[in-house]
Every structure is written in C-alpha cells, then in structure tokens.
Design a protein around this ligand. Structure first.
Ligand SMILES: NC(=O)c1ccc[n+]([C@@H]2O[C@H](COP(=O)([O-])OP(=O)(O)OC[C@H]3O[C@@H](n4cnc5c(N)ncnc54)[C@H](OP(=O)(O)O)[C@@H]3O)[C@@H](O)[C@H]2O)c1
Length: 356
C-alpha cells in the first residue's frame, strides 16, 4: 500500500456500512480520503476519533442520484484537491417493491435505485476520471457491485422483491467491463478498474431498503460477511503491483481445485501460510501433500470424478457448516483436432474445467 500513501481517494456512500469501513482502511494506510454521502455529519462522527497517524478524511455532501449534486461536489473537490488517484463507487440502495405493481410510489422507488446504483456510478466515474488524468499518476476505480450483479436468485430467507436492484447491479458489471475496454482504446495504461461483488454483508442495507422487517437481522437468517471483509478486498486490489489487473473479486471462502501443481499449489501454500485451512482438490494428492506440508487438510479427490466430489462436499458440509463459493483456474485447452484420441481428451478437458 506504500505506493498510495499521500494520494487522494474518493469513497461514495461513506456514511455507513461498507463505505465507512473502506474510509477507515484507506485513512489507516496514509491515503487522504474524500467521503461523499448525503449524511455528511455521519461521516464526520465516524472519523472524528481516528488515531493521529491516520490520514485526513474530508466529508462532502453529494447525492449521487442527482447529476447537479455530483457536478457541485466535484467542483469543490477540484478546487480543494486538484487531483485524485482512487475512486471507490460504493453508494447503493435497494427498495422493496415489485416491477409489476401499478402505483406512483413504485415509479419513484425504481428510479431511485437505478439513479443511485447505476446512473450515479457512471457520472461519478466520469468526473473522477478527469481528476485522475490530471494527476498524470496511477489511478484505480473500484466498483462495489454484488453477487446480485451476476446472478438473479429466487427470493429466499424472506427477502423477496429486490426488484430492479439486480438489474442495476448487472449494469455495474457491464459498465465495469466496458470501462476497461474504453481504457484500452484510449491507451491509458495507468488507470485500472475492478469490481468487488459481496454476498450478504452485515450492514443497515436490508433495513434501509425495507427488504427486511425491523425485528429481523440478516445475520440471524443467513451467513453474513462483515463490512471489514469487503474493505480488506478493496485494500488487496490496491496493494497488488500496477501490472496486475484483477477485474472482479467475489468475496468467498475458497475451495481450490487443481492444487497439486504450479498456480494452484502456490495459492494454497500462501493461504495456508496465513493459518487458514484449505481444502485442496487434486488428482495427484501425494504431490499436493509434498508441496504443501502438514498444515493443510488434504482430501483425496479426483477432480473429474463427480462421485468423489460429492463425498468431498458432504465432508465439508458435515465438518465446516459454511457456505462456499469456488475459485478454480482453467487448464489450457490445446489444439486436439487432428489427434486420434480427440473425443476422450475433449471429454476430459470438459469434465475437469467445467463439470468439475
Ligand atoms: N449489505 C449487503 O448485503 C451488500 C451486498 C452486496 C453489495 N452491497 C453494496 O454495497 C454498497 C454499500 O452498501 P451497504 O451494505 O454498506 O449499505 P448501507 O450501510 O445502507 O450504506 C449505503 C451507503 O450508500 C449511501 N447512499 C445511498 N444513497 C445515496 C445517494 N443518493 N447519494 C449518495 N450516497 C448514497 C448512504 O449514504 P447516505 O444515506 O448518507 O447518503 C450510505 O453511506 C451498495 O452499493 C450495496 O449495493 C451490499
């Protein structure tokens, strides 16, 4: 993080939850933070007791759902700071409503969600990029997306009617990707763009969106992440070298496949070094054990064999009782077309990379 020390970051939605945790971590790392939100006073209250060695945090009013408000905030930021280096697009809301209900209240709720989560993010990014370019230094845009921006889940745990929230976050996925293309087209090699897509996080989000009744906490009905987990992910994205471009991070507990060699083994080793139990799935489990050592819970499993995979996940469920998402890396697919054993090799590749 040393490379960012003394630089300037903007965090939208800095007054609570994930945004507040990101502000704290940036300031802790010596980065000057400009926190944007409608509840400016709340940003000030949350940061007034920061230790002396934390960098300054400045609170500015900005309603990201209104273009005029964005313009005014950025005019003040330019006058006061001149340039910026980091933007975290975090401001976001949900509204409990239904697409098919015909009433005026619904009209307003739908516009509010789209204007905040999508249109606001686009305009804030435009304005922030101009100040990043002016700095002629490295820059980073991190969009706080959601798993809801990649998949529409059937309503569960009594949290129905997320309505256009999913759509607004899918738009964030597309916009993040498109931004990267624009940066490439513009031959801008200094600014990177990433997205972090959390699952359920323990913040006031579900109550302020009225998706959950006041007497029920999300942490009581589903496994939750903490806001600091998401701040950790953002700090990680910032600390990797400039030539490393991580386009998307889904906050997970990881089960790694193909762990017996090279990249897989290195990832597992690094995680294990930090005292985390890793379940490595590998065909050559002896090689895996050799390279990793005794710290890791090895479980003998042939990656392309579905039956033994089922056994692994039964074991995981019985022992760990956690929700998992899987990170897996692709093996190269070679040109098989002129080979005799084409079919069985293709089948093996598909079983390993996709079905596995
Ligand atoms: N909590 C989750 O389970 C979860 C999961 C995945 C993704 N996310 C995403 O994480 C981000 C932060 O959410 P959170 O969970 O931390 O919720 P939160 O505690 O409710 O915080 C939302 C933040 O957004 C700001 N905001 C809302 N409307 C705004 C507007 N028009 N202009 C400026 N700021 C606005 C709020 O500030 P003011 O009200 O003071 O303006 C607040 O600081 C959102 O983008 C959300 O979609 C959350």
């Amino acid at each position: 993080m040393e490379k960012w020390r003394g630089k300037v970051a903007i965090v939208t939605g800095a007054s609570s939850g994930i945004g507040a945790a990101i502000v704290r971590d940036l300031a802790k790392n010596g980065i000057t933070v400009i926190g944007l939100a409608r509840r400016v006073q709340k940003i000030r209250e949350q940061t007034k007791d920061f230790p002396e060695n934390y960098a300054n945090v400045h609170a500015f009013y900005c309603d990201v759902s209104k273009i005029e408000s964005i313009k005014e905030a950025f005019k003040l930021i330019e006058e006061r700071f001149g340039v910026i280096n980091i933007l975290v697009n975090n401001a976001g809301i949900g509204k409990k409503t239904s697409i098919l209900v015909d009433d005026e209240e619904t009209d307003g709720k739908i516009s509010q969600v789209i204007d905040t989560n999508f249109t606001g993010l686009v305009h804030v990014t435009r304005h922030a990029y101009m100040l990043m370019k002016k700095s002629e230094d490295y820059g980073m845009v991190v969009n706080i997306n959601s798993v809801a921006g990649h998949k529409v889940s059937f309503p569960y745990y009594g949290v129905p009617e997320t309505n256009v929230y999913n759509g607004s976050k899918f738009a964030v996925t597309a916009t993040t990707e498109y931004l990267r293309h624009e940066l490439i087209q513009m031959k801008d090699k200094k600014v990177r763009v990433s997205s972090v897509s959390p699952g359920v996080v323990d913040t006031s989000f579900f109550h302020s969106s009225q998706m959950l009744p006041d007497n029920i906490e999300m942490r009581d009905v589903a496994p939750v992440l903490n806001p600091s987990d998401i701040a950790d992910a953002v700090m990680y994205l910032l600390q990797v070298p400039y030539h490393v471009n991580i386009t998307e991070m889904t906050k997970v507990f990881a089960v790694f496949t193909r762990t017996s060699s090279e990249i897989g083994a290195e990832i597992v080793k690094d995680i294990a070094k930090n005292g985390i139990n890793v379940i490595g799935l590998a065909q050559r489990s002896e090689k895996f054990k050799e390279s990793i050592g005794a710290k890791v819970n090895d479980y003998n499993c042939v990656v392309s064999n579905l039956d033994s995979k089922k056994a692994v996940f039964k074991w995981i469920k019985d022992k760990l009782l956690l929700t998992f998402l899987f990170t897996y890396w692709r093996a190269a697919i070679y040109q098989h077309a002129c080979r005799k054993d084409f079919c069985s090799e293709v089948e093996q590749v598909i079983n390993t990379n996709l079905i596995g």
